[in-house]
Design a protein around this ligand. Structure first.
Ligand SMILES: [Zn+2]
Ligand SMILES: [Zn+2]
Length: 284
């Protein structure tokens, strides 16, 4: 297995539209581990389309409990279970992730009990290990180490950037955050910085289409990062590549690759990648 990063869902926010991109989830294969970072709607089909067998599901990290990052976590694990999952899956998430999992199992208890009884499957509840993490070291095993940094994403307080190091590489995810300069230290010399990004002109067009324009724009500006500022973080951190992810807007035909490149031109001169669903980046 060679190291790679696959964008499974690239849009910010939970809504989906015909032919449009899916909410946030990413597959990271690093140091022999298969890591799913965030589980927005569409993560299960995303993993399968990335040619990973569901029974190989290994590690899941959730950055925060907004639905565009966690809505399909239970269904992903459940579908892996029905696809033959036999080894435990480790889930690392912020405080409250245990309740999300328990609630999912409760909602599906009829099906779970039936399949254990009828198909002789192991109990899915014994196959999942939940760890609730906070800021600091999260995991250090088998050549993979993971660290978390609390970022600024009001009103959510438990939202964490994640740094994955293994096989001589460092991949950092900003999670959802307002412009947060300490991320530059956290992402120092990362091979890839996966940073959320927003285009202000695109946000204006987006809020013009919806009813609660003023409060929606304020929420977006207070809790997310403009693409130019994501470029600033990548430059300060001296990253190898900047990958713009969790795009807002993600499905407005007036804002494409060119507009994203223009937005970071002044703050970042290194290699830039704009996320789209299914995009694979080889880490060799
Ligand atoms: Zn989000
Ligand atoms: Zn969020």
């Amino acid at each position: 297995m060679s190291d790679r990063l696959v964008i499974l869902g690239s849009k910010g926010g939970p809504a989906i539209r015909p032919e449009g991109p899916m909410p946030t989830s990413t597959l990271l294969e690093l140091a022999g581990r298969r890591i799913v970072v965030d589980c927005g709607l569409g993560v299960t089909v995303g993993v399968v389309d990335a040619d990973m067998h569901l029974r190989d599901l290994d590690l899941i990290f959730i950055t925060h409990l907004h639905s565009d990052h966690v809505l399909e976590m239970g269904p992903l694990i459940h579908t892996a279970w029905t696809a033959g999952l036999a080894k435990p899956v480790s889930v690392h998430g912020p405080p409250g992730i245990g309740d999300v999992w328990k609630g999912f199992c409760q909602s599906m208890s009829y099906d779970i009990e039936t399949r254990i009884e009828d198909e002789g499957r192991p109990d899915i509840r014994d196959l999942v290990r939940i760890t609730e993490y906070g800021e600091g070291p999260v995991l250090d095993e088998d050549g993979l180490s993971v660290e978390a940094l609390r970022v600024v994403h009001p009103p959510v307080t438990d939202c964490f950037a994640l740094s994955f190091q293994g096989g001589g590489r460092k991949i950092v995810f900003s999670a959802d955050t307002a412009y947060f300069p300490p991320l530059a230290d956290f992402a120092r010399k990362a091979d890839v910085l996966v940073h959320e990004a927003m285009l202000e002109e695109g946000v204006d067009a987006l809020v013009a289409r919806t009813g609660n324009a003023a409060s929606l724009k304020k929420h977006l500006m207070d809790s997310h990062t403009l693409a130019g500022d994501a470029g600033r973080i990548a430059s300060l951190a001296e990253c190898g590549h900047l990958l713009l992810h969790h795009l807002i807007p993600a499905d407005d035909p007036n804002f494409g690759e060119e507009e994203w490149h223009d937005a970071v031109r002044k703050t970042w001169s290194g290699p830039l990648i704009v996320a789209r669903d299914g995009l694979e980046i080889r880490l060799d």
